[in-house]
Design a protein around this ligand. Structure first.
Ligand SMILES: [Zn+2]
Length: 145
């Protein structure tokens, strides 16, 4: 399983939490367009790697390590969305879609520059909170797992 798949799974679980949608395998299947057997296989790997665990209701929970990874990916994605929309003038829908890829490739240095250039924003154009900004301002490279 690629690191990109790993990052996608923990990021989706964090987004489901934000939306107050129970994080279960079926929701991940919907959002990744993957089959349930494939999702279950990937979930087992993430459990083995200590990034998630199942609670007593079979809901997926992020471990502290999984949460740190998810926050970094989502912060990068949302800063990129703002950059694409506000700085480059992409239509919001397009910026929203394209930012998903940026969540996997931005560096902390680039994030710092985007954050400063955009006058330290707190939310995306669609009003979603940019998580983990305290870690970014602190300047330390967040753990990537
Ligand atoms: Zn958006």
């Amino acid at each position: 399983m690629s690191s990109r798949v790993t990052e996608t799974y923990v990021r989706i679980i964090l987004e489901l939490e934000e939306e107050r949608v129970p994080p279960i395998r079926a929701r991940i299947g919907e959002r990744t367009l993957a089959s349930l057997p494939s999702v279950s296989q990937n979930i087992s790997r993430l459990e083995r790697d200590g990034l998630i665990h199942n609670d007593e209701n079979r809901r997926l929970r992020l471990t502290p390590r999984g949460r740190r990874m998810a926050v970094v990916v989502l912060r990068r994605q949302r800063l990129a969305e703002l950059m694409l929309a506000s700085l480059l003038g992409l239509p919001h829908d397009q910026a929203h879609l394209e930012s998903v890829e940026w969540g996997h490739v931005l560096t902390t240095a680039a994030e710092h520059h985007i954050y400063q250039r955009l006058s330290r924003p707190g939310h995306t154009p669609c009003g979603l909170r940019i998580p983990g900004l305290g870690d970014l301002v602190g300047g330390a490279e967040p753990p990537r797992g």
